[in-house]
Write a protein that binds this ligand. Sequence first.
Ligand SMILES: O=P(O)(O)OC[C@H]1O[C@H](OP(=O)(O)OP(=O)(O)O)[C@H](O)[C@@H]1O
Ligand SMILES: O=C(O)c1cc(=O)[nH]c(=O)[nH]1
Length: 222
Amino acid sequence: MALEPYKADFLRAALSGNALRFGTFSLKSGRQSPYFFNAGDFYRADLLEALAVAYAKTIHTSNVSFDVIFGPAYKGIPLATAATLALRPLDPERYNKIEYSFDRKEAKDHGEGGTIVGAPLKGRKVLVVDDVVSAGTAKREAIAKIRAQGGEVVGIVVAVDRQETLPDREGSAIGELRKEFGIPIIAILTLEDIIAGARDGFATEDDLKRIQEYKAKYGASD
Ligand SMILES: O=P(O)(O)OC[C@H]1O[C@H](OP(=O)(O)OP(=O)(O)O)[C@H](O)[C@@H]1O
Ligand SMILES: O=C(O)c1cc(=O)[nH]c(=O)[nH]1
């Protein structure tokens, strides 16, 4: 099946900015992967806009109801602010008053103080926006911080879901988070989408074959 247009646009931007690469890469897990995604590479205005629009369309399509977009420090911060801006034109009535916030890695003891900057979270429905999930540790910490402020986490949106098993486990990190918290965890692109894009000509035959072999070896079904 062909990729939805907003996914294809994102894939195009990711490849043009070298944020998504095909080749051979060592992962934190020690695996050798035929592809690698680095959200930090969307550092140019046109790429940032493409990234923001892709997050916004993914959030809009998910139909998750929320009040605040929360970006965990550090990489989540520009993602939350950019997604907030990019959502508005999609449905100004619905998104005109959505808010954003983020945390500090260290609490500040002067000025406004505290660890949360931006929208207050108490009693609010909070959507977490981040780059990727590896082990899920940073997401668990973000959920605990939001809950400690009285917020309710209603979902998590990331750029790429690699859909692969955790080392020595049956399931994926995203699958485990879904089960643990019972919330939707949505990616702009999944491994399945990357494979669909590769079939549509976004990668060479050889890269496609290597990605399919990787999926056969490490793919998770959750
Ligand atoms: O632990 P996980 O939920 O699987 O996520 C891995 C996270 O770790 C990294 O951020 P890190 O917390 O190192 O902070 P940074 O954004 O400052 O790099 C990375 O940006 C992911 O968001
Ligand atoms: O598993 C990883 O280390 C990893 C994979 C990937 O595609 N991108 C990333 O930032 N880390």
